[in-house]
Design a protein around this ligand. Structure first.
Ligand SMILES: *[C@@H]1O[C@H](CO)[C@@H](O)[C@H](O)[C@H]1NC(C)=O
Ligand SMILES: *[C@@H]1O[C@H](CO)[C@@H](O)[C@H](O)[C@H]1NC(C)=O
Ligand SMILES: *[C@@H]1O[C@H](CO)[C@@H](O)[C@H](O)[C@H]1NC(C)=O
Length: 340
């Protein structure tokens, strides 16, 4: 029986090695090099699991490791030593630990080919410097970050996702240079910070901009001219009012979804005909004049090709008496759902 099992596991080992193109000796070294504190599954030989183990430091990681799981420990430092041989690392999850900026050794990650770094729920006070230029996703939510050092993102032109939600970023943390270097950013998440203004110079490639739960009061009239790709814009739970929001500031043909719930708006802003989702619930809107907000002239509406694309509209939590105004329905003929 044990012989059979032995043969079987050797076979699995070899199978896994072949399927991932790792030389057999490397695979053996990887498995033999598995830190005593961790678990290295044979059928996923590039991964090392060291999560949920009350670890205080990062164990010595075997050189072939690509995926490293360190979440839910009490690790305080990201040392050069621990990761220096793991030059193949692609993916590090060190969420929910006690990493501070001081605890990140110079060059600890810099030379790697890391694509994804998850460092949420730690004790960072500043965006760490010396991040690898190969990064595609950087998750830094729920730290205490109040600083973005100038130049910290320079050269990071592969980064798609930057998640800084749940930090302590205020207006003075950001300058025109803060996001310089992020040449292919797609998602910027600055929700749940302490902003009262829109962040300056968000990279023009940004398609998803999340700013919920700040104290933003106004939007400069030309703000979105610098953001021609924005499709998903979330500004729920801010302090936007009629005087702070230029009437046609959201007239952007790229926009598909606009969320403005829980603000202080008293009017429906003008939208582009291409917008599909609009959330305006829990504001202070008293009435809706469909002909005023209709992005298409009444004559042009006759041609179906011109009908605005709006499909979903929330207006509940305002002071708008039912029924839904006729001119709203006449204009937004594709509406599938309207909540008043
Ligand atoms: C890195 O590799 C060298 C040479 O194989 C070895 O002596 C050293 O202990 C390794 N360091 C770590 C942190 O694994
Ligand atoms: C909205 O944008 C379009 C295209 O840029 C422009 O032609 C139109 O005049 C704008 N409408 C308003 C009300 O700003
Ligand atoms: C909507 O606004 C237009 C133009 O300002 C006005 O002529 C019309 O009477 C208004 N409609 C309603 C129902 O108040």
């Amino acid at each position: 029986m044990s012989l059979l099992l032995g043969v079987f596991s050797a076979f699995c080992l070899l199978g896994a090695a072949l399927s991932q193109d790792i030389p057999y000796e490397d695979l053996l070294a990887q498995i033999q090099g598995c830190p005593a504190e961790c678990y290295c599954p044979r059928n996923f030989p590039r991964a090392v699991y060291c999560d949920n183990r009350e670890l205080k430091r990062i164990p010595k990681i075997p050189p072939q490791t690509m995926y490293l799981y360190l979440q839910n420990n009490v690790i305080e430092t990201l040392s050069m030593e621990a990761l220096s041989n793991a030059t193949q690392l692609r993916w590090v999850n060190i969420n929910h630990n006690r990493i501070t900026n001081e605890g990140i050794e110079e060059g600890a990650l810099g030379a790697s080919k890391l694509l994804q770094l998850y460092m949420a729920d730690n004790l960072l006070t500043s965006v760490p410097t010396g991040l690898p230029h190969s990064l595609e996703q950087l998750q830094l939510s729920n730290n205490q970050i109040s600083r973005i050092p100038t130049g910290v993102f320079s050269g990071m032109d592969r980064l798609h996702l930057l998640d800084l939600q749940g930090n302590k970023l205020a207006d003075d943390a950001m300058t025109e240079l803060s996001f310089e270097g992020l040449g292919s950013l797609v998602q910027m998440n600055l929700a749940r910070n302490q902003l009262s203004s829109m962040p300056p110079r968000v990279p023009p490639t940004t398609a998803q901009l999340f700013l919920d739960g700040n104290s933003i009061e106004r939007i400069p009239s030309k703000y979105f001219q610098g953001l021609p790709e924005v499709a998903f814009l979330r500004l729920n739970n801010n302090k936007l009012s009629h005087s702070g929001v230029p009437w046609n500031v959201f007239n952007m043909s790229s926009l598909l979804e606009l969320q403005l719930s829980h603000n202080l708006l008293t009017e429906v802003p003008f939208i582009a005909p291409s917008l599909e989702h609009l959330h305006l619930d829990h504001n202070r809107i008293k009435s809706v004049n469909g002909s005023n907000i209709c992005p298409v002239l009444a004559e042009a509406l006759e041609d179906n090709a011109n009908v605005p694309k709006l499909r979903f509209l929330r207006l509940d939590g305002n002071d708008i008496p039912p029924p839904i105004p006729r001119d709203v329905v006449t204009c937004f003929r594709l509406l599938r759902s309207i909540v008043i």
